[in-house]
Design a protein around this ligand. Structure first.
Ligand SMILES: C[C@@](O)(CCO)CC(=O)[O-]
Length: 311
C-alpha cells in the first residue's frame, strides 16, 4: 500500500443522445479535458472527506454525498482497506450536466486503486462508478461513467460494449454554463413520467433522437460539421418536446446560433446546466463564446475537435 496516491478524471460532454440513451438509444459523449477532478487518498483513523462542498467525517456527510460514502465503503470492504482520508479538488461545475458525479467517482476509485497498488482497467473502475451513479441519479444509462472513465469519445449504447471512436471533425465546440443548477435525477424522472402519460409521442421523440445520433456518427466520420450542426439543432427541438430544456438554455442556444454556430443544443440532463454549440473553427468559437458571456453565460469553454487531450 502506498502512503498517499492520486486519481484524476475529466468532466464529460454529451454531443448527442442524452435522455434517449436511458431508453436504449445510442449517444455520443466525450471526456471534457477543460474541466478536471483530482482525488488523493491516504490512511486515516476514520473516513474523512475534504471537497469543495464539504469537509469532515464521511459518516456525517450530507445526503448528496451518499454516492461517495457508499463508494468508499464498498471499495474498503471489497479490498479490506483501512479508513481513508480522501481529498477532492474539482474544476467541474457541479449539477451542470458535465458529469461531475461520475467524474468524482472515477477519480476516487482510481485514487483508491493506486493507493492499494491494485492493477486496474476501465471495466474494473466502471464496476464501482456505475454503483455510485445509481445512487446519484436513480436510473442512469451509464454514459457519464463511460465518458469520464475513458480516454476518447465514445458511441454508447446501454448494455452494449463501449465503442470508442475518433472525433476527427474540423471544428470547435463551445460549452456554456447557464449558471442554473440542473437536476439530472429530476429530468430523467420527468421524461419517464411523460412516457407514461403520452407514450406514443414520447416514444417517437426518443426514437428520433436515436436516429439523429446515428446520423451524427456518420456526419462525424465523413467530416461534415454543417450536417452535424443541423442534427444538433434538430435534437434540441426534440429535447424541448421532452420538456428537458428551459428558458436559460433556449436563450443561450439562440445566441450561439445567431452568432455563427453551425448548431447548438443542451448537453446532459438539461433544465439548467450547460449548452454546447459547434463552430467551424476556433476563431469563430471564441467570438461565439464571447457573445454567450455577454448574454449571461456564467462560464464558457472551447474544445477543438480532433485534437482532444484527456486526463
Ligand atoms: C440525461 C442523461 O441521459 C445524461 C446525463 O448526463 C441521463 C443518463 O443517461 O444517465
Amino acid at each position: 500500500m502506498k502512503v498517499i496516491a492520486e486519481g484524476a478524471a475529466s468532466g464529460k460532454i454529451i454531443l448527442m443522445g442524452e435522455h434517449a440513451v436511458v431508453y436504449g438509444e445510442p449517444a455520443i459523449a466525450m471526456p471534457f479535458a477543460a474541466t478536471k477532478i483530482t482525488a488523493t487518498m491516504q490512511e486515516a483513523s476514520q473516513d474523512q472527506l475534504t471537497s469543495n462542498y464539504y469537509s469532515g467525517s464521511l459518516a456525517e456527510a450530507p445526503a448528496n454525498l451518499l454516492n461517495l460514502q457508499n463508494l468508499i465503503g464498498k471499495l474498503r470492504q471489497d479490498f479490506d482497506a483501512p479508513p481513508v482520508d480522501c481529498r477532492i479538488v474539482s474544476t467541474i461545475p457541479a449539477e451542470r450536466g458535465m458529469g461531475s458525479s461520475a467524474a468524482v467517482a472515477v477519480a476516487v476509485t482510481r485514487a483508491f486503486f493506486a493507493w492499494q497498488e491494485i492493477p486496474t482497467d476501465q471495466a474494473r473502475v466502471l464496476n464501482y462508478v456505475n454503483g455510485a451513479e445509481q445512487i446519484a441519479h436513480g436510473n442512469p444509462s451509464g454514459i457519464d461513467a463511460a465518458a469520464t472513465s475513458g480516454q476518447q469519445p465514445v458511441f454508447f449504447q446501454k448494455e452494449q460494449p463501449l465503442e470508442p471512436f475518433q472525433l476527427n471533425l474540423t471544428g470547435a465546440l463551445i460549452v456554456a454554463d447557464t449558471g442554473v443548477k440542473g437536476k439530472t435525477r429530476d429530468t430523467v424522472q420527468d421524461v419517464a413520467t411523460l412516457l407514461r402519460l403520452q407514450p406514443e409521442k414520447t416514444r417517437a421523440a426518443i426514437g428520433e433522437l436515436g436516429q439523429l445520433t446515428r446520423a451524427a456518427r456518420i456526419a462525424i466520420s465523413d467530416n461534415q460539421p454543417a450536417t452535424l450542426g443541423e442534427l444538433m439543432n434538430q435534437a434540441q427541438t426534440l429535447l424541448q418536446q421532452l420538456s428537458v430544456s428551459d428558458a436559460s438554455l433556449d436563450h443561450l442556444v439562440q445566441v450561439a446560433r445567431h452568432n455563427g454556430a453551425l448548431g447548438a443544443k443542451l448537453t446532459g440532463g438539461g433544465r439548467g446546466g450547460c449548452m454546447i454549440a459547434l463552430a467551424k473553427d476556433r476563431h469563430t468559437a471564441a467570438i461565439i463564446a464571447n457573445q454567450l458571456e455577454n448574454a449571461g453565460a456564467k462560464a464558457t469553454w472551447i474544445q477543438e475537435l480532433g485534437v482532444c487531450q484527456y486526463v
